[in-house]
Design a protein around this ligand. Structure first.
Ligand SMILES: [Zn+2]
Length: 498
C-alpha cells in the first residue's frame, strides 16, 4: 500500500502531475497540470467511461461553456447555498475550514447541514487548535461562497461565474436536446469538462483542487415509470456494495433484493448503481474496496430525495469518487422559474405534462486518477533493491508496451524500430527506449504502469522471436514478433492471460 507521500513523489519524479505555473513562486495552490503520462491515464479513464456509460447505455454527450451568467446560479441555489464554513485564527490570521478542523479533532464526519452557530460552539467545546500556530483563539465561523466570479464585456458589467459543476449546462440544454435528438425518457445526458471552486484550503494534491475535471451523467426520467425499466433484468442478480449506515457496514445485496427491500428507490436507480460498480471494477478497483454509502438526511443535499456516495478505500481511508443523487425536479423547476421558460415534457401516451426528475452520477476526473494511482502503487523489496511499480489496469496504462532493443548495434535498433512501427499501425500506444541498461529501462516503464515490455535481442535477428515481459509477475516468454499484434490485442481485451 502507498503512504501519503508516495503518489506525490512518483507524480513529480515522472511528471504525471505537478503544480501549475510552478516556475513562479507566487502561483496559487490548488491548480495542477498533467504531463504526458498523467494526461494519457486521465484521457483513458474518460474514454472508458464514455464507452461504457455514454455509448453502451445509449446516452448522449454535450460540451458546455465554462462561464455562465449569474441567473443560472441564482436558479441553481449556488449563490446562496454554495458556501464553506470558515474561521480565521486570531493569532496567525490563517483561514481554515471550520468543519474540517472539528472533524480532524473529533475523528468523525461533521454533517454539511450543521449551522455556523453550532460549528462555532463545537470549536470552543472541543478546544480545537490552529494547525499552523496552535492557538485556540478563532473568529466566529462565517460562510464563504466558493464561486469564482468573472466580469464579461468591455465594461465588465455582465456578472458571470466559472461553473462550479458541469451539470448546470446539462439542465439548461435538456429541453433542446430532448426535442432535437428524438429521444424519449429516460434520457441520459453526459458531459466531461472542467469546474472551478475557490477552495479555502486546497490539499492532498488532486483530491481537493480549485480547478478540476468532472465527468457527469444526468438521467432525466419520469418518476412514475422508474420501476418500468427493462434493462434491469440484465443485472438484477448482480450484487451492489451498499452501506446503509456506519453501524451496518458494507452489505453486498442483489440489485433485485435492494429494490424489493426499498433500500434503493427504483429499478432504474439500482440498475445504474450496479453498472457503476462494474465500471470501477474494470478500471481496477477491487470489489471489497468500494461501497455506496447511503447518506443520512442531515448529510445529503437539501434537494436530494435519495443520495449515495460511491467511495473507494485508499491509503488515506475512504474517499468519495461519485455523488449518486436522486435530484427530483429541483433543477428543472428552478431554471423554469428563473428563465420563465416551459421545461416540462409530455410523452406519448401521457395525459399530462410534467417536469422530469433527475438521477445523477457525478464524478470527478482528477480524483479518480489519484485514487487509481494509489490503488496501483506497489513497493517491493527485492534483495538489496526496492522495486516500485504501478499495477494499473492495462486499459488505463499510459502505454501498453515498451519496446527495447538490447543494444544499438548489429541491426537491433533498426529491428526494434520496425516492430514498433508495425505495432503502432495496429493502434497500440507504445514507448520506445534504446538508452541505458535493460534493467533500468524496465524499471522506468514499471514505475509509470506500462504492463508489458518487448525486448529485441540477437535471437530476434536469428529466429524472429522477442522477449515479452509481464510487469506484475516479472515472467518472461519468447514469442514470434509476427504474432505480437494478435497476442497484445488479446491481452489488452483480457481474452488471454499472460
Ligand atoms: Zn494560527
Amino acid at each position: 500500500m502507498a503512504d501519503s507521500e508516495d503518489i506525490t513523489n512518483i507524480a513529480l519524479r515522472r511528471s504525471i502531475f505537478y503544480p501549475a505555473a510552478e516556475i513562479y513562486s507566487n502561483s496559487p495552490s490548488g491548480f495542477w497540470e498533467f504531463g504526458p503520462v498523467g494526461e494519457a491515464i486521465r484521457r483513458k479513464i474518460i474514454e472508458f467511461w464514455r464507452k461504457e456509460f455514454v455509448q453502451k447505455e445509449g446516452f448522449v454527450e454535450i460540451y458546455g461553456a465554462q462561464i455562465l451568467p449569474e441567473a443560472v446560479f441564482k436558479a441553481s441555489g449556488h449563490l446562496t447555498n454554495f458556501n464553506d464554513p470558515i474561521v480565521q485564527c486570531k493569532k496567525c490570521k490563517a483561514l481554515h475550514r471550520a468543519d474540517q478542523l472539528i472533524a480532524e479533532k473529533i475523528k468523525e464526519i461533521v454533517p454539511e447541514s450543521m449551522s455556523i452557530e453550532e460549528l462555532s460552539k463545537l470549536i470552543k467545546h472541543h478546544e480545537v487548535e490552529c494547525p499552523k500556530c496552535k492557538s485556540k483563539e478563532f473568529t466566529e465561523v462565517r460562510k464563504f461562497n466558493m464561486m469564482m466570479k468573472v466580469d464579461i464585456g468591455a465594461t465588465g458589467d455582465i456578472p458571470c461565474y466559472l461553473r462550479p459543476e458541469t451539470c448546470q449546462s446539462i439542465f439548461l440544454d435538456f429541453e433542446r436536446i430532448y426535442k432535437t435528438s428524438r429521444q424519449t425518457l429516460p434520457l441520459g445526458i453526459a458531459q466531461a469538462g472542467c469546474s472551478f471552486r475557490n477552495e479555502i484550503a486546497p490539499r492532498n494534491t488532486l483530491l481537493r483542487a480549485r480547478e478540476f475535471g468532472q465527468m457527469e451523467l444526468e438521467i432525466f426520467f419520469n418518476p412514475k415509470k422508474a420501476n418500468d425499466f427493462e434493462k434491469f433484468s440484465t443485472i438484477e442478480n448482480n450484487e451492489i456494495n451498499l452501506m446503509l449506515s456506519e453501524k451496518a457496514g458494507i452489505t453486498p445485496i442483489k440489485a433485485k433484493d435492494a429494490v424489493e427491500k426499498k433500500q434503493v428507490s427504483s429499478k432504474m436507480i439500482a440498475y445504474y448503481l450496479a453498472k457503476w460498480q462494474m465500471l470501477w471494477e474494470k478500471l481496477g478497483v477491487p470489489k471489497e474496496k468500494m461501497r455506496f454509502r447511503k447518506l443520512a438526511d442531515d448529510e445529503k443535499a437539501f434537494y436530494a430525495a435519495e443520495a449515495f456516495d460511491f467511495e473507494v478505500l485508499t491509503s488515506l481511508g475512504w474517499i468519495e469518487l461519485t455523488a449518486c443523487n436522486n435530484r427530483t425536479d429541483y433543477d428543472l423547476k428552478g431554471h423554469a422559474k428563473e428563465s420563465k421558460k416551459e421545461l416540462s415534457v409530455k410523452e406519448e401516451g401521457d395525459s399530462e405534462s410534467f417536469i422530469p426528475h433527475i438521477f445523477e452520477l457525478s464524478d470527478g476526473i482528477d480524483r479518480p486518477v489519484w485514487v487509481l494511482l494509489d490503488l496501483a502503487f506497489r513497493k517491493e523489496k527485492r534483495g538489496p533493491e526496492e522495486r516500485i511499480y504501478l499495477s494499473l489496469a492495462p486499459r488505463i496504462a499510459p502505454y501498453f508496451a515498451g519496446i527495447f532493443p538490447l543494444v544499438k548495434k548489429d541491426g537491433l535498433l533498426e529491428k526494434g524500430r520496425e516492430i514498433f512501427k508495425e505495432l503502432e499501425s495496429h493502434g497500440f500506444d507504445l514507448v520506445f527506449d534504446e538508452k541505458g541498461s535493460i534493467g533500468k529501462r524496465y524499471a522506468r516503464i514499471d514505475e509509470i504502469g506500462v504492463p508489458y515490455a518487448i525486448t529485441v535481442d540477437y535471437d530476434t535477428m536469428k529466429d524472429g522471436t522477442v522477449t515479452l515481459r509481464d510487469r506484475d509477475s516479472l515472467e518472461q516468454k519468447r514469442v514470434k514478433a509476427e504474432k505480437l499484434p494478435e497476442l497484445l490485442w488479446k491481452l489488452q481485451l483480457g481474452l488471454e492471460k499472460f
